[in-house]
Design a protein around this ligand. Structure first.
Ligand code: COA
Length: 378
């Protein structure tokens, strides 16, 4: 009977733990029926329209939007960590250029974590010193990993640019136009938190063992890379980019649905209605595509979306955030394999917030399993 649960203690559980409530949170409120997403009581659309990632990461982590003084302090703290240890960049040079940038990024982060400037400690005060360092180190390392795809060396940060614009500068080697920096910033805000999704759960499982916040974020990065999760924005864009205009998109969608294919960029575990982040990012994607003479790609996306949403209406499948972010990142100049990276940079604010919220008296996460002889279910 070791490791099993005796019959009286058995619970009902759903495939993929669907519907399981694992705790309380003050960080976000998600309504999957109405398509609403709030961070600490603020609607995501309102935040993406008016706030920067610096402000929203502060909100998600510390529970309130910063006033001018606190914003200066938080921005300074983020700025102080923009230069990760060189050892992480040296490690990148040893990696094959064709390795996925998310894997390279994760590897660099693991190396950087071995050079943290204070002794490993799971004390709460020590954990709270880590978010700024993690948010800024990961952005610089991610930019270097993306440049490595083209064999380009890393670039030093620019103190005069905010988090979003500096990441684009360090990645692309040019200061982005204001509208693109703003659009990119809005995408970070829209993806900064999403409850206890798979990657957040992975991070929470790690922090619950007494490990440090960096290890928890590394676990989240691994979980996020899957094609059902953060990796979907790459596959969704590659699928769309292969379609030759709206008519081809409609025909392809009809065939894909008839064949029962799982279409990236559609469907969501929580939203059984339009994903609110799609509407938030729509005007940005449309405008940036138009500015780059890529309006046809937008029309193709709309045609695909309309066809799939109408064909799969009975299953309540709608376009999700991962189907639209690539339409923003592509014209800005990121390669498709790099698309999961901005999602990762943004959502780690949420992972860390959940870890820090859980920590004070959180027990080690260790659910049971029901033993079934020879894998047979009764
Ligand atoms: N395309 C076509 N059909 C889909 C679908 C999609 N993207 N997503 C779900 N479905 C269908 C399933 O085939 C299944 O149909 P069935 O009942 O006839 O077997 C039904 O909807 C339920 O699917 P299930 O996998 O149980 O739903 P889920 O809530 O666990 O799925 C996702 C959530 C995200 C894993 C799923 O929608 C998916 O794989 N989407 C594509 C990847 C993606 O975009 N991920 C990013 C999410 S933000």
């Amino acid at each position: 009977m070791i490791g099993s649960i005796s019959p009286p203690a058995r619970q009902r559980y759903q495939r993929g733990l669907e519907g399981l409530v694992a705790g309380d949170t003050a960080i976000s409120d998600i309504d999957g029926e109405q398509g609403r997403l709030y961070y600490r009581g603020y609607a995501v659309g309102e935040l993406a329209a008016e706030r920067t990632f610096e402000e929203v990461s502060h909100l998600v982590l510390f529970g309130e939007l910063p006033d001018a003084r606190r914003l200066r302090e938080w921005s300074d703290e983020l700025g102080r960590w923009r230069q990760p240890p060189r050892a992480a960049f040296d490690a990148l040079r040893a990696l094959p250029v064709h390795a996925h940038p998310l894997a390279q990024h994760r590897t660099m982060m693991a190396v950087a974590a071995c050079h943290i400037p204070e002794a490993e400690s799971s004390e709460l005060a020590a954990q709270w010193r880590r978010p700024a360092r993690i948010l800024s180190w990961t952005a610089a390392l991610a930019a270097a990993a993306i440049r490595h795809l083209d064999g380009l060396p890393d670039l030093p940060p620019r103190d005069d640019l905010g988090y979003a614009a500096n990441f684009l500068y360090q990645t692309l080697g040019r200061i982005p136009p204001a509208a693109e920096a703003r659009a990119f910033d809005a995408s970070l805000v829209a993806q900064a938190e999403h409850g206890l999704h798979s990657a957040a759960l992975a991070a929470l499982a790690v922090i619950s063992t007494g490990a440090d916040l960096g290890s928890a974020v590394l676990a989240g990065m691994g979980a996020l890379s899957g094609v059902r999760h953060g990796g979907a924005n790459q596959t969704a864009f590659e699928m769309l980019a292969a379609l030759d205009g709206p008519a081809a998109a409609r025909a392809w969608a009809r065939r894909a649905v008839a064949e029962g294919r799982r279409i990236p960029g559609f469907g969501h575990r929580v939203y059984k209605c339009p994903d609110p982040r799609v509407a938030v990012l729509e005007p940005h994607a449309r405008a940036v595509l138009a500015a780059h003479g890529m309006a046809r790609l937008w029309e193709t996306y709309l045609a695909l979306r309309e066809e799939i949403e109408s064909a799969l209406a009975a299953k309540r499948i709608h376009a999700n955030v991962d189907g639209i972010t690539g339409l923003l990142y592509h014209p800005i100049g990121l390669p498709p394999s790099a698309f999961p990276i901005p999602f990762c940079l943004a959502i780690q604010a949420g992972w860390m917030a959940h870890c820090l919220e859980y920590l004070p008296d959180g027990a080690m996460l260790s659910p049971g399993l029901v033993y079934v002889k020879d894998g047979a279910k009764d």
